[in-house]
Ligand binder design. Structure first.
Ligand code: ADP
Ligand code: MG
Length: 347
């Protein structure tokens, strides 16, 4: 139940003496050069409390390429918020390195923080401000000069123009979340981080937020979001990392990951009491589960169901019943997180 302060003691200590040596946020030599990696984590670890318990984050190495729409997927308690909060400067890491937009969070914490906009898991919006006031106020916090503010553009991008002058308490849950996204973007950070942005949303709200996130990404913002919905990561993200019990299980391009999951099974009951695979079907991945019960494994992207059925008929068998199963999202997740054991066993 540690309460998270926005300014960690360590950062306060470092900001003073080192502040003057940090490069200016904009216009510094090399600032125009955009890093390949929006975020780079090496051996990042966190153990809460006395440091003796199980790590919430366990030596995570991860690169989030510039321009990507990156999904950090994992069940509750996996360590997603811990990772995000380390980036936000809200949680002190126990070990490892985190570099945001080329800036090491230990060397230049303020600079690093200025490079990201964070939408935390919990909504905290003052109900009495209007969206326009809130964004202006927040831009003020960040020292964004008036002429550089993009309040109206942000309101429009997040679909809040109509509500610009309505008190935040009158906004729906979906609108509030979008206002949080706008708030995170007032200082035009190159990286936007959203912690479970659609948790508790119905399908329609989810789709709306996805559209806004896609738009921000299309305009050049690198997006890192956490989710416990595999579908969300699949549909929205171009890359997915799966995290489980503090360990990174896999990080891949979405299509590569999906190809791995391209696996279905077809169970066929035949009138004949076959007890061994007929020679005509030897070319398939098929097993006899019980007499007269054949189970095929196939990749839907390569093999059509009709092809399998034709082959069974051609082998002289009579199909009396059939069913297909697809690893459902939970299965898939379990299968992948099950492989964490393998990763853990490696040195
Ligand atoms: P996720 O966001 O994936 O649900 P969290 O990062 O919130 O996971 O939590 C990871 C683990 O760390 C969990 O076991 C959680 O109970 C623990 N944890 C999170 N925040 C704190 C905290 N402030 N103090 C102690 N333990 C915490
Ligand atoms: Mg969380």
């Amino acid at each position: 139940m540690t309460s998270l302060s926005t300014e960690t003691p360590r950062e306060r200590g470092e900001d003073g003496p080192r502040g003057g040596r940090e490069p200016a946020r904009r216009g510094a030599p090399g600032a125009a050069e955009e890093p390949e990696a929006a975020i780079r984590l090496a051996g990042l670890a966190k153990t809460y409390g006395t440091g003796k318990g199980r790590p919430a984050l366990d030596t995570v190495d991860l690169v989030i390429p510039r321009g990507s729409l990156f999904g950090l997927l994992g069940p509750n308690g996996a360590g997603k918020s811990t990772l995000i909060n380390i980036l936000a400067g809200l949680v002190l890491k126990s070990a490892g390195k985190a570099v945001i937009w080329g800036i090491d969070i230990d060397e230049a914490p303020r600079q690093a923080r200025a490079a990201i906009g964070i939408v935390p898991q919990e909504l905290n919006i003052d109900p009495f401000f209007t969206p326009r006031e809130l964004l202006d106020l927040h831009a003020g916090f960040y020292g964004v000069p008036r002429r550089e503010r993009r309040t109206d553009e942000l309101l429009a991008t997040l679909g809040l123009t109509d509500k610009a002058t309505a008190p935040a308490r009158t906004l729906s849950g979906g609108m509030r979340r979008r206002l949080m996204v706008a708030k995170a973007m007032v200082h035009a950070p190159p990286v936007l981080v959203l912690d479970e942005p659609t948790a508790g949303f119905d399908v329609e709200l989810r789709l709306q937020l996805w559209a806004h996130v896609r738009e921000l990404n299309a305009r050049g913002t690198t997006v890192l979001l956490t989710t416990h919905y595999l579908e969300e990561a699949e549909e929205l993200c171009d890359r997915i990392a799966i995290i489980d019990r503090g360990r990174l299980v896999v990080a891949e391009r979405t299509e590569v990951l999906l190809r791995r999951l391209d696996d279905k099974s077809l169970t066929i009951a035949t009138a004949e009491h076959v007890t061994s695979v007929p020679a005509a079907l030897a070319g398939f991945r098929v097993e006899i589960a019980a007499p007269g019960r054949l189970v095929f494994r196939y990749r839907p992207s390569r093999t059509r169901l009709a092809e399998l059925l034709d082959a069974v008929r051609a082998s002289g068998l009579t199909i009396v019943d059939l069913s297909t199963t697809e690893a459902d999202l939970q299965d898939v997740f379990l299968r992948l997180t099950g492989s964490a054991a393998i990763a853990r066993a490696r040195p």
